[in-house]
Design a protein around this ligand. Structure first.
Ligand code: NAD
Length: 518
């Protein structure tokens, strides 16, 4: 079979120089960066701080104050006051066009300070520039999409109808009030935008709980929000560890709605906590994505395409490919090409020109991934690339080599999200067998089919037990289409990035009005 000549590259770094303004913001005149509550920097009553580091070099970038129970309580109270206001001037009362104007101003300021926000992704998050610049565009795209939705969705009273003799009824749609976004470390700017814009535009006031590994961008966005003119208390940022700050948010009954993005175990634990006092929650969680490669696909071309997604953000992407099921007829050339693509990745420091595989986020992940590589082999995965520790000269980061395993249908060696440039390839006899194996996972975030026969691909894609099915593409996201998970990858709610997302940030009540008796 002829191999297409298109050049498919992994996401790659161009040289990035850290702007002085980023370093100045992080150093904060020598004081730790506080949380942001009611527009003010708050250092926290626990007197606890933590450091956020560049994962590729372990340089400390900033010291951050951890927010505890008292700060969460203060933030809820402050956000509630900002929501309600006095005499009709709360955020809930602000006209949609005024909210949109403030959001636009914030987007404009993000554009002005693009290099600082890129530094947050690249230095704090360890990402290569090609991916970080793509992430940055999501700020504007997300704000524009949800501004359109906010203009379309009717809030307040729905049409009235007679429901019984002398009784009428109507719906009443309103924002929840104080809503919290609990954000993971891998896509901080994107996921903060995906939470914050629909929640704010629907009329809620927000608490943003950034991940402890990547808290800088949320704090910087809060600074820009104040400059944009958002009223104090509308956007609050509560940095801290999950088990401290995150738990305090989960336990606080004043938080009416939680939008969680992260791992399934943590999402389930938060749900158990907040459900006790009736706080609603939506959960967008991890995946163990699959790709099915049919016999008519060009094995070398598709192996490179799939390899690009296996390695997106070094595999630290929720919906990326970790399990490949390939038709046995093309399995050998596919595996050879996948090995050569992954082996050819340039391992390096994330700001150095040409780097394609940088450091993982922290030592816990580093340890977990090494353990998972060992377990995959112990469960019967035949190592094509056995992973292991990588060294990058002069950099003290958490570097790892890619791992690739050949497996077979009876061997379940890849049951959990590993979150690195890691994949198993399983030769199969038919598309139906591939589909059955792909759907065997309890995760269900994203899956793809690779074939020249689009009609067949679409028929298979519809049968995935995943929130997103794709043909000849992967890690696909578009505003207007829901991005959410099935199985343990998602919770209730309409996913993100669509009209249902906006509706998730509202509640609908029924109101009945009967004539006065008599
Ligand atoms: P995580 O679940 O460890 O943490 C996510 C957030 O929850 C962090 O802010 C953390 O501080 C907080 N948290 C942790 N323990 C908590 C607790 N007990 N109570 C309250 N809050 C707590 O996830 P992570 O390691 O930051 O991120 C990686 C995970 O996120 C992966 O599973 C990945 O697939 C998933 N993810 C999913 C999506 C999606 O859209 N579905 C997007 C990005 C990442």
């Amino acid at each position: 079979m002829a191999t297409a000549s298109i050049d498919i590259q992994a996401f790659t770094a161009t040289t990035f120089t850290t702007p002085d303004k980023f370093s100045q913001f992080c150093s904060n005149g020598g004081a730790p960066l506080g949380g942001i509550i009611g527009g003010k920097s708050v250092s926290g009553s626990m007197n606890a701080t933590f450091q956020t580091t560049d994962p590729g070099s372990q340089e400390v970038l900033a010291t951050i104050c951890e927010m505890g129970e008292a700060e969460v309580a203060l933030a809820v109270e402050t956000a509630h006051k900002a929501f309600i206001g006095d005499n009709g001037n709360g955020w809930k009362d602000v006209l949609v066009e005024k909210r949109i104007a403030l959001v636009n101003k914030l987007v404009e300021l993000c554009g002005r300070d693009r290099d600082i926000l890129l530094a947050c992704e690249i230095r704090d998050g360890g990402k290569v520039s090609e991916l970080a610049t793509g992430d940055f565009t999501q700020i504007r795209e997300c704000a524009e999409y949800f501004s359109g939705v906010a203009r379309r969705i009717a809030m307040g009273e729905g049409p009235e109808r007679s429901v019984a003799p002398r009784v009428k009824g109507f719906t009443y749609r309103e924002p929840w009030g104080v809503v919290a976004g609990i954000i993971p470390w891998n896509y901080p700017i994107v996921l903060t935008s995906w939470f914050m814009f629909p929640a704010l535009l629907a009329g809620n006031t927000v608490l943003i709980k950034p991940a402890e590994d990547t808290p800088i961008s949320a704090l910087y966005i809060a600074k820009l929000a104040a400059e944009a003119g958002f009223p104090p208390g509308v956007i609050n940022v509560l940095p801290g560890r999950g088990e401290i700050t995150g738990q305090c948010i989960a336990k606080h009954p004043g938080v009416r709605y939680i939008s969680f993005t992260g791992s399934p175990g943590v999402g389930q634990a938060i749900l158990r906590t907040c459900d006790r006092h009736g706080t609603r929650m939506k959960r967008e969680m991890g995946g163990n994505g699959s790709a099915i490669v049919l016999s008519d696909a060009d094995p070398e071309l598709v192996a490179r395409m799939v390899g690009r997604y296996v390695n997106q953000h070094y595999g630290q992407t929720c919906c990326t490919v970790h399990r490949v099921f390939v038709d046995r007829k093309i399995a050998d050339p596919f595996i050879d090409a996948q090995r050569s693509f992954l082996e050819g990745l340039k391992i390096g420091y994330q700001t150095d020109e040409g780097t394609q595989l940088g450091s993982v986020i922290n030592s816990t992940q580093h340890h977990r991934i090494l353990q998972a590589q060992k377990e995959t082999a112990a469960r019967g995965g035949q190592a094509i690339l056995s992973g292991g520790v990588a060294e990058v000269s002069g950099k003290d980061g958490f570097y790892l080599k890619p791992a690739l395993y050949r497996t077979s249908p009876e061997v379940d060696c890849n049951p959990q999200e590993v979150f690195h440039t890691f994949a198993t390839v399983c030769p199969v006899d038919s598309a139906e067998e591939a589909l059955q194996l792909a759907n065997r996972s309890p995760y269900g975030l994203g899956a793809s089919v690779w074939t020249q026969d689009i009609e067949r691909g679409v028929a298979l894609a519809k049968k995935f037990r995943d929130g997103t099915g794709q043909v000849n593409c992967h890690n696909s996201i578009a505003y207007g289409l829901p991005y959410g998970g099935q199985g343990i990858s998602g919770g209730p709610g309409g996913g993100v990035n669509c009209e249902d997302t906006f509706l998730d940030y509202t509640q609908v009540k029924a109101v009945y009005v009967a004539d006065y008796p008599g």
